[in-house]
Design a protein around this ligand. Structure first.
Ligand SMILES: [Zn+2]
Ligand SMILES: [Zn+2]
Length: 176
């Protein structure tokens, strides 16, 4: 999303926007965004200085990394960014401060796509969990250990070799 600052009114204005996951380039491999991403911006503009105080909110869904159940994660982040509109020649590639941007006066357009994408992605965990103590799935029978207990625990310690040993023991005891 871009703010066209050449036509943006002076003073303080609040605007609301709705973005989609596509428009912000959000990672859809890990997260599903079934709701719009709501962006609320309070923009303070005084001649060539612009300050944005924003809030971004949405709900993202992912599979729990342990039990694969659906997890809903609320994003509600506030942020602040500052920009100066300067002569084109003064626009350096990098201001050195990620929260501070130089915009060329010939085309003072403020692209907030990347900052918003970063804010949303940083608010989401790398390893989504349905709950901190999720017990995950049984690696043997696939049962969801949060919902049911299975009888695989005992068998987990018995390797095929151990089971063969038991069979041999039985064979000897039977004396045949
Ligand atoms: Zn889980
Ligand atoms: Zn099991």
């Amino acid at each position: 999303m871009k703010l066209a600052l050449s036509t943006w009114p002076e003073g303080t204005k609040t605007r609301e926007f709705e973005e989609s996951d596509e428009s912000l380039g959000l990672d859809k491999d890990l997260y599903r965004f079934s709701e719009p991403i709501k962006v609320n911006l309070t923009v303070h503009k005084a001649s060539n200085e612009v300050i944005i105080e924003g809030r971004v909110g949405t709900t993202a869904y992912a599979d729990c990394v342990r039990c694969l159940e659906d997890v809903a994660m609320t994003v509600d982040e506030t942020f602040r960014r500052v920009a100066s509109i300067v002569p084109d020649a003064q626009v350096s590639e990098d201001s050195g401060d990620p929260d501070f941007t130089f915009l060329p006066e010939s085309q003072p357009e403020w692209d907030l796509t990347e900052p918003l994408r970063e804010i949303v992605m940083l608010a989401l965990p790398d390893n989504p969990l349905c709950r901190e103590d999720c017990q995950g799935l049984c690696p043997i029978c696939g049962a969801n250990r949060n919902q049911e207990s299975c009888n695989c625990n005992g068998a987990a310690g018995r390797t095929p070799l151990a089971q063969l040993g038991e069979l041999l023991d039985q064979h000897r005891k039977n004396g045949s």
